[in-house]
Design a protein. Sequence first.
Length: 241
Amino acid sequence: MRDRVGIGWRPDLAVGIWSNLDRIDLVEVVADDLFAPAAAPELRAIETLAAQVPVVLHGVSLGLASAAPVQASRVEAMARVVGAIRPELWSEHLAFVRADGVEIGHLAAPPRTDASIEGTARNVERVAAIVGSKPVLENVATLLDPPGSRYDEPAWVTQVMRAAGTSLLLDLNNLYANAVNFGHDPVDFLARLPLESVSLVHLAGGSWVASKSGERRLLDDHLHAVPDVVYALLTELGRRA
């Protein structure tokens, strides 16, 4: 299959997307925006869109990368949306967002341990049994290097892919942000990932933030233009894969 270029669905981009379907290879839709009963009109609109252009769904709240079991009600909502849209595939993040009844409201990187590898694999199997297919898993950006980690990120992601038996949604801006925030070479970081597992790529931009002490971190906020260095990583990915 040839490489394709898509765009993320946003309501304020709807007119432009609908007017240019002949120029768009696929559209990515945030699945969680369609979970609530009040989202039924938008769900119907996305069903219509999916009949005219390939659609993929992107989850943001399941919290699969955790030793804690994934929340059944959220998985059932995902299954309902996947059943209605019938996307080419669906994805989720390698992150946790809740544990022991506490919601942190953020896609947090888990401690990179055997327990989180095994927990992610179990959660992927749970959701596959309900949704009917495994999610593609996305690497996440983090402002904190997870404490208690046994593996670095490339090694951990590689082990998760093997244990979960699924493919990777490689977010190149997340990769770049983590590399510069924690003193790694982004090209070496890329080279150590299981590139044979990559099925999708995300491109986005971010901005620099500073703590009161003056320490700077690159924040992946999806609100800024894709920087040249991320496009360079895309070129490097194409060369290697």
